[in-house]
Ligand binder design. Structure first.
Ligand code: ADP
Ligand code: ADP
Ligand code: MG
Length: 675
């Protein structure tokens, strides 16, 4: 076995490989780009070497440099992860030439499976069923049109060098073929530098079912069963599960043997995935056709690990070091059901537009890592709270993998785990994934690649936490925070009695108003409290008793009228992010206490709304300011509060310096309000 390996990747897969290596007492070398200098994978490895700029071509794709680093650090092998160099035949060859083991298949197998058209010709000879289509070398547009017409509508044009869902065009009618072909070729030349295409029959109601295969250097092959990856958006996987619902033992064996035949035909070694497209006929009959082979470890390998109890990275390392496969076919069994959800930084309600930003809050479900996934929840992630999702790399933040004794149990566990995933700072698909999980089609395993468009009505623009509960949660959270602040002793142990907000008044109930914004609409929220009694919360026209209680896990149990939920509320600036079992939402507080509202500019004075620390001033004396313009930032309760100009005017004087501690009501700056 190796004693040291280099991991030529980043993010969750680099961390994933490092974890297995550590368990096997193999030392690891990380490589990193400028953007990743402080990344989790750098810390996950024993050593780390900087290899260049943030763009992949300046770092993770610089294979000469990576080989040089491997040699200099004494690594014996390179694990390429997925993406980047993992399916680069030249890199695999260069590793061998440099005396390093490439943890993956032989370069010839990468080449044979690298192009969709050529690999299909090979598979045809190996007797693996193919989608009816054309995958010849002749690329004459007239011939391609004739082939498309022969196959019959609808057809799919695919870039032979394509991957990651790119370079595909579905064509419904013969007369649209020519323009789709031209656009597919343009995308193919731009993305893959090769505009060769193939044409396939567009399978109706298709399912994507793939088989995990493994080969060793002694010529043994096994299949580790299937994964159903039918839930896709833009031909990219969203949810993956194993085993595939509805799979019969006979069909599993047929597909497994076909996948092994495919691997054997290219003398495959290591982990690979043979992807099939499955046609669903009325009456339940299913026909499978070879689509492509991915010659690497796949993103969704954890579902296979969950149902087989095997560590596929360990298998890769053993096979690469020359050992035989750890288990043979009859020793492999399926246990229960596993589902993976890909958590991505994107906005599903805006056409899945990728999002970037920093992970202000990154709260994960109670979980264990893959080594001890016995609790049924595993998270593979390459980021930590505070990290940034940059535009340089893909938008996957984490993978959430659940395992249960049945599909129903796994589904329930998935929804709970997603509800416990709290991400604040950028848009993610977490709530969307919950909607997919609970959609009728997914719940009933009515799977095909059109599931997302078919269920669009229940997937997009869903709001499960409404204004009332969101406002109640925010008010409860504000009251709890104020109470905590008031109880804070100063250095001498003194609790400021004037900071108490216990609704005490010498006569009559206290009424407090909050201005809030929900879905860009303003709302008035009023809290009427009686000392030692109930608090009534009015949200627009509805009034009900508000009760709340802090729970041990940091949540607040919030009850308002008939609504009740355990809520986690995170504030980022003015925005409160509310997470509850039924969903998540955001509400904006324009709280007169947290902000320099209109009431607080008394004769041009601007005062601290709460005790805390001055972080910065955005203005200096003499600056002209507009109403609403940020003047200063304060920090209290580990949160930042912006003090905005209450009116147009001029800054007369700044009274503190950044870093100064101020008590509530301290005058921070003086302003002359324009007449
Ligand atoms: P899977 O999800 O089945 O593992 P994907 O096709 O989604 O496979 O690809 C996994 C990773 O490899 C992603 O990070 C994707 O961006 C990358 N990738 C796949 N094919 C290509 C390609 N041809 N060029 C660049 N990146 C690719
Ligand atoms: P990539 O290399 O981008 O992963 P694939 O050939 O694996 O390309 O196809 C990606 C996805 O496109 C499949 O998972 C499936 O959803 C869809 N697809 C591919 N071929 C067909 C087909 N012939 N008919 C219908 N859908 C297809
Ligand atoms: Mg594919």
């Amino acid at each position: 076995m190796f004693t040291k390996i280099l991991i030529a990747n980043r993010g969750e897969i680099a961390c994933r490989v490092a974890a297995t290596a550590a368990r096997m007492a193999i030392r690891t070398v990380a490589v990193y780009s400028d953007a990743d200098a402080g990344a989790k994978h750098v810390q996950a490895c024993d050593e780390a070497v900087h290899i260049g700029g943030s763009a992949p071509k300046d770092s993770y794709l610089r294979w000469e440099k990576i080989i040089e680093v491997a040699k200099a650090t004494g690594a014996q092998a390179i694990h390429p992860g997925y993406g980047f160099l993992s399916e680069n035949e030249d890199f695999a060859r260069a590793c061998a030439k440099a005396g390093l083991v490439f943890i993956g298949p032989p370069p010839s197998a990468i080449k044979d499976m690298g192009l969709k058209a050529e690999s299909k010709q090979l598979m045809e000879r190996a007797g693996v069923p193919l989608v009816p289509g054309y995958h010849g070398a002749n690329q004459d547009p007239v011939l391609l049109q004739a082939e498309a017409d022969r196959i019959g509508d609808p057809v799919l044009i695919k870039a032979s060098a394509g991957g990651g869902g790119k370079g595909m065009r579905a064509v419904d009618k013969s007369e649209d073929f020519a323009s789709a072909l031209a656009s597919c070729k343009r995308e193919a030349i731009n993305s893959f530098g090769d505009d060769a295409v193939l044409i396939e029959k567009y399978v109706q109601r298709p399912r994507h079912i793939e088989i995990q295969v493994f080969g060793d250097t002694q010529g043994n092959y096994v299949y580790l069963f299937e994964r159903d990856c039918s839930v896709q958006r833009r031909h990219q996987k969203v949810l993956e599960e194993a085993p595939a619902p509805g799979m019969t033992p006979e069909m599993r064996a047929q597909m497994g043997l076909a996948a092994v035949a495919a691997a054997r035909a290219v003398n495959y070694v290591g982990a690979g995935t043979v992807e099939f497209i499955v046609e669903q006929r009325d009456g339940g009959e299913m026909n499978f056709f070879f689509m492509e082979m991915n010659t690497r470890l796949q993103v969704e390998h954890p579902v296979t690990e969950a149902i087989t109890g095997q560590d596929l990275v360990e298998w890769q390392l053993r096979v690469a070091s020359g050992e035989p496969l750890p288990l043979m076919q009859d020793q492999l069994k399926i246990h229960g059901h596993a589902i993976e959800a890909r958590i991505c930084a994107e906005n599903p309600d805006n056409n899945f537009l990728p999002a970037t930003g920093s992970l202000h809050v990154y709260g994960l479900p109670a979980c264990v890592t893959f080594e001890r996934a016995d609790a049924g929840v595993r998270v593979d992630s390459g980021v930590r709270e505070g990290d940034t999702i940059s535009p340089f790399y893909d938008s996957m933040v984490a993978k959430l993998i659940v395992h249960g004794s049945s599909r129903e149990e796994a589904l329930a566990r998935l929804d709970t785990a997603l509800a416990q995933t709290h991400i604040v700072g950028l848009n993610t698909n977490v709530q969307f994934l919950r909607h997919v999980t609970t959609s009728p089609s997914f719940a009933k395993a009515n799977l095909d690649t059109a599931l997302i468009p078919r269920e669009a009505d229940v997937l997009f623009n869903q709001e499960k936490v409404g204004l009332g509960l969101a406002a109640a949660a925010l008010v409860a959270r504000t009251l709890v925070d104020e109470q905590a602040l008031a109880q804070r002793r100063d250095a001498s142990g003194w609790i400021d009695p004037w900071a108490q907000r216990d609704n005490w008044r010498s006569h009559g109930p206290s009424v407090r108003s909050f201005a809030m914004q929900f879905h860009e609409q303003p709302h008035t929220v009023q809290l009427t409290a009686v000392h030692d009694g109930d608090a009534l919360l009015r949200v627009d026209g509805d009034e009900a008793v508000l009760r709340y209680q802090a729970l041990a896990n940091g949540a607040l149990d919030v009850a308002w009228g008939t609504q009740r939920a355990a809520c986690h509320i995170y504030k980022k600036g003015d925005v409160a992010h509310v997470f509850a079992a039924q969903g998540a939402t955001q509400i904006i507080a324009i709280d007169a206490l947290a902000h320099a509202g209109d009431g607080q500019v008394e004769g041009g004075r601007l005062t601290a709304p709460m005790p805390g620390k001055v972080v910065s001033f955005a203005v200096k004396a003499g600056d002209a300011v507009k109403k609403g313009q940020p003047l200063a930032v304060m920090e209290a309760m580990k949160m930042e509060h912006t003090i905005a100009a209450p009116a147009d005017g001029t800054v007369a004087e700044v009274l503190f310096a950044p870093g100064d501690q101020v008590t509530e009501g301290s005058e921070l700056l003086r302003m002359e309000v324009a007449a």
